[in-house]
Design a protein around this ligand. Structure first.
Ligand SMILES: NC(=O)c1ccc[n+]([C@@H]2O[C@H](COP(=O)([O-])OP(=O)(O)OC[C@H]3O[C@@H](n4cnc5c(N)ncnc54)[C@H](OP(=O)(O)O)[C@@H]3O)[C@@H](O)[C@H]2O)c1
Length: 930
């Protein structure tokens, strides 16, 4: 009750502030005569009265404030001070100052840098900041913050200058005019001597009155105490809400031992604290300039540039053309005919599957490609089904065709740079307006980057005002900066897409978050819930849960017709307490969804919320992915999500919930279609969260083992190998409940094995390609005839000793390496791999093929393509292919045949499991005895 008394008082004060009235003490009748309130500033409120804005001694308005006490015999000792939030401060119009000193201080240099970055971000969000704003900013930082040891002071005349100087500081530049840094440690002795006592104070005052800003800034940086209020005599700047101190996010919790008993925010009591900590992630965008060593001096690189663009990207395409003046540039506009113009430019028909092949076959030494098919000027495309379909043809479908054409023209294994550009797909800054139309390109590019490790593939999301893509604006400041940044960007090949906003570069990372336990059900008793894909695995689990917990009335939608299995499922649902119907409807068909909605409303009278749980999952590496498969996989999540959005646009829903996938962030190789579908779904959901009147949430699921599309053994092995643990249905449902209740619009739930730290998601999620990237790039070594060299010296030496010729040796060496890679991915013993067994019979599918090929490439330092595992589908065929295609370097220095090679030989055998440690010891002992 004590605690309740405190919270009741808090609620009372907040309501009093809201209504600007102080409520009467209803039980007060008469004052205790021994309390002399009359001669005190206190009084009892016996009648409800207006709570007017109080004024300070100088007649300035101050905020309403209240103190709340909660003291009890049980040991509760709490006192809270509440101050109302006011946004009606007088704007500081003209400051009268000619310059401003903006100060920042932190515990160390790293924090100071972070603080400066936060301030830059804050400045970028100001619309029309004037000198009044700068006066407020300076005043707040000078008088409203405790100075710390690592100091920075910027003297500036306007926000632009401040921004520039802070940028230079963050980028590590020194000698910036009007920017000072220092620590009191280095200067305080001298300053104390000069500025202590009355005369010292006088000196500082003189400096202030003389407006010697640079001197003041330097004195403060060296630890001098300055009475900043003297700067503002005769004016009264406001205190601004500003970014808070960037605390280092180091964790000092002791390592959890054993199982925790469970605590709020954990998905299920069976999950340990550590697992819970790493289960939930949200995307965050971090400002990160491109590291200097990654910038490419493009002018010095030889080769042809290809710019693929649609109408909306005309301006950007032309700007790129101009920027590549020193290169041969082929412009390829996405249109309705395929033809080459006399000046060498192309029109590529989006209706012709092989159009890109025709174009790329004519290009010599292709080195740089800009794919601008994802630039969309007009957000209205979302509401226009035909325009939306066209945008997708120019986007993800065209990119698939381009990738295939690159492969068939031999570029897949070459270091070609491909940059896929979209605009406004991600919400990077709080005010970003999202245009989700090209969302599928994000996922497709992520997967492509992993499938083509020799290429340098990146995705860059830019943001611009539609007007800026017009040609006449080509060289306007922002556009030319953007073009420079796009050109300099080099592929990250990882799950961190890049976004350019204004003059800043951001990359996406995942931040681990705790999801607090919902304290009430976000579902209505007897509520009506439509679940697209509700007869499938996770959708049906949710239906069961809703039926059981709130006796929900459920509408399950799916493409297939009602059958016995579905009837059984409906009965199962009704046995849990709710009601259910199944309606056959295809999400990609707006009419059938409209009909289903009408039928649902006719049946249950209303719809409270909608869940999108539909998926078509088909794996396949890009080289083997046909357009029909891509379109089928995209259908429920791209067209289907759009159709749902349009169908429920004006309805009064409680929420719309999207079930998406962790693939959106991990960008799995061999799963480009599904990844593309998922990233579109995410982008659309984020757009809806920004624009719809109801709540829109997305859960990016990790892996469900017991139900759903990934419940087959094939996936089990693959996820297990990657350290990904299955999500149990019960904890999945807890997650749905908690996330609907939380403030987060999008969360990923991914359970990683202990030991896979949160910052290691990349490694856990089949990112062999990213890991192999550098190694392969370095080892890629091609001769004029296109064959590559593998260094086999240790094996050659062993073979010679065994009297084998070099071809046998090479074959044996390759066989061992391939067996090793196969066994690692398939969790098999090496003696189970027979030379004639077909890889697919061992369970090698397209996803595993990508993984195995990466492993082989890393082991042998070659450039196999994922398709090679299908083209040469047995061990024997593959060895033959590798032996013939990659020249084997057999020359060796016989003098070099030292103990090292024997040792290496032993290690290789030990690694392969051919001998054990004991055998190694025996060999060493025998050697020593000689
Ligand atoms: N299971 C997992 O491990 C996992 C992991 C990550 C993300 N997810 C996500 O979780 C959601 C549910 O997956 P799940 O595992 O439950 O899949 P599931 O068992 O295959 O169920 C999906 C359902 O979607 C329906 N569907 C497909 N296309 C449709 C369309 N165009 N219109 C209407 N219905 C359509 C299918 O029914 P019809 O064939 O009758 O149309 C099917 O019943 C999906 O969004 C998926 O991406 C699942």
């Amino acid at each position: 009750l004590e605690a309740a008394a405190g919270i009741a008082s808090l609620i009372k004060v907040l309501l009093a502030m809201k209504h600007k009235k102080i409520p009467a003490n209803i039980n007060f009748e008469e004052l205790n005569p021994y309390i002399d309130l009359k001669n005190s500033p206190f009084y009892v409120v016996d009648k409800t009265k207006e709570w007017n804005t109080p004024l300070d001694r100088d007649g300035y308005k101050i905020p309403r404030r209240a103190g709340i006490s909660s003291f009890g015999l049980g040991g509760t000792n709490a006192h809270v001070l509440i101050e109302e939030y006011n946004d009606d401060r007088q704007k500081t119009l003209k400051s009268g100052l000619d310059k401003y000193i903006i100060v920042l201080s932190a515990k160390n240099r790293e924090r100071l840098n972070e603080y400066a970055s936060k301030l830059i971000n804050h400045l970028s969000r100001q619309t029309n900041p004037d000198d009044g704003f700068l006066a407020d900013l300076g005043y707040t930082l000078q008088l409203g913050r405790q100075p710390m040891d690592e100091r920075l002071a910027v003297v500036c005349e306007n926000v632009h200058q401040l921004n520039e100087k802070l940028h230079c500081f963050c980028e590590g530049n020194y000698g910036i005019q009007g920017l000072y840094t220092g620590t009191p440690e280095n200067g305080r002795d001298n300053l104390d001597f000069l500025f202590s006592g009355k005369s010292g104070y006088k000196i500082i005052k003189e400096i202030i009155y003389a407006r010697e800003y640079d001197k003041l800034a330097r004195i403060w940086c060296c630890g001098g105490e300055i009475d900043w209020s003297l700067l503002y005599e005769g004016m009264r700047p406001n205190r601004l809400p500003l970014p808070t101190y960037p605390f280092a996010k180091d964790s000092y919790w002791p390592e959890a031992v054993g199982k925790s008993k469970g605590k709020p925010g954990m998905p299920s009591p069976a999950v340990t604290q550590e697992e819970a900590d790493s289960c939930f992630y949200k995307p965050v965008w971090i400002r990160k300039p491109l590291p200097a060593e990654k910038t490419v001096e493009i002018a010095s690189c030889k080769g042809t540039v290809l710019v693929v663009y649609g109408e909306d990207a005309q301006g950007l395409a032309e700007a790129l053309f101009q920027a590549h003046m020193d290169h041969t540039v082929v412009m390829a506009k996405l249109g309705t005919n395929t033809k080459q113009f006399p000046d060498g430019a192309w029109e590529i028909s989006v209706e012709e599957t092989g159009a890109f092949d025709k174009c790329i076959q004519t290009i010599e030494d292709l080195k740089f490609i800009y794919f601008l098919g994802g630039i969309i000027k007009n957000p209205q495309v979302l509401s226009d089904s035909e325009a939306f379909d066209r945008a997708n043809e120019k986007g993800v479908i065209s990119l698939l065709r381009l990738m295939k054409a690159l492969s068939s023209c031999g570029y897949a294994g070459r270091p070609v740079q491909l940059k896929v550009i979209t605009n406004n797909v991600y919400k990077v800054l709080p005010d970003d307006e999202i245009i989700p139309v090209s969302g599928a390109l994000c996922g497709f590019t992520m997967s492509a980057a992993k499938e083509y490790p020799a290429m340098d593939i990146s995705h860059i999301d830019i943001a611009f005002d539609a007007k800026q893509v017009l040609p006449e604006d080509s060289f306007k400041d922002t556009l030319s900066h953007m073009v420079k940044a796009v050109i300099q960007e080099s592929g990250s090949k990882s799950m961190h897409p890049v976004a350019l906003r204004g003059k800043e570069r951001y990359i996406r990372e995942l931040e681990s978050v705790m999801v607090p336990e919902a304290c009430e059900m976000p579902f209505k008793k007897d509520g009506v819930y439509v679940i697209l894909g509700g007869a499938g695995g996770i959708g049906f689990e949710l239906a069961l849960y809703l039926s059981q917990t709130v006796n929900a009335r459920l509408v399950l939608l799916g493409r297939s017709a009602q059958d016995e299995e579905k009837k059984k499922r409906i009965s199962e649902l009704e046995a849990k307490g709710g009601q259910a119907i199944y309606i056959q409807a295809d999400a990609a068909d707006a009419q059938s969804i409209d009909k289903a909605i009408n039928a649902a409303v006719a049946n249950f009278g209303q719809i409270n919320a909608v869940v999108h749980s539909a998926v078509v999952l088909k794996d396949g590496i890009i080289e083997r992915l046909d357009e029909e498969t891509l379109r089928n996989v995209l259908a429920p999540k791209v067209k289907g999500s759009m159709v749902l959005r349009n169908a429920f646009k004006d309805m009064d829903l409680d929420f719309m919930l999207f079930f998406s996938s962790a693939a959106s962030f991990t960008g799995d190789a061999g799963r480009s279609a599904y990844t593309a579908a998922s990233t579109f779904e995410d982008a659309l959901a984020m757009y809806m969260a920004q624009n719809e009147s109801y709540a829109v949430k997305t859960i990016n699921w990790g892996y469900w083992e017991k139900v759903g599309v990934a419940s087959s053994g094939r996936y089990r092995e693959s996820f297990k190998a990657r350290g990904i643990l299955p999500i149990e249905p019960a904890e999945g449902m807890e997650t749905v409940k908690n996330i609907l209740f939380s403030d987060e619009p999008q969360l990923m739930m991914l359970k990683l094995e202990k030991g896979h730290k949160k910052n290691n998601i990349e490694a856990a999620c089949n990112d062999a390609a990213a890991q192999a990237e550098n190694k392969q790039a370095k080892e890629y070594d091609s001769d004029m005839d296109g064959t590559e060299r593998i260094k086999l010296n240790p094996a050659v030496r062993t073979g010679r000793r065994q009297g084998l010729n070099s071809e046998d040796v090479a074959g044996e060496y390759i066989r061992r390496k391939i067996t090793c890679c196969l066994c690692a991915s398939l969790k098999m013993e090496s003696d189970e791999v027979d030379g004639n067994v077909v890889f697919s019979d061992l369970g090698v599918d397209s996803v595993l093929a990508v993984e195995i090929v990466h492993k082989i490439n890393v082991e042998l330092g070659i450039q196999l393509r994922s398709t090679d595992l299908f083209n040469y589908s047995t061990m024997r065929q593959l060895i033959k292919y590798i032996s013939n295609s990659f020249r084997i370097e057999t020359q060796e220095d016989d003098d070099d045949e030292t103990d090292d090679s024997e040792l290496l030989d032993l290690l290789v055998k030990l690694k392969q499991g051919e001998i054990d440690l004991e055998a190694v010891e025996q060999r060493i002992e025998a050697k020593e005895a000689i």
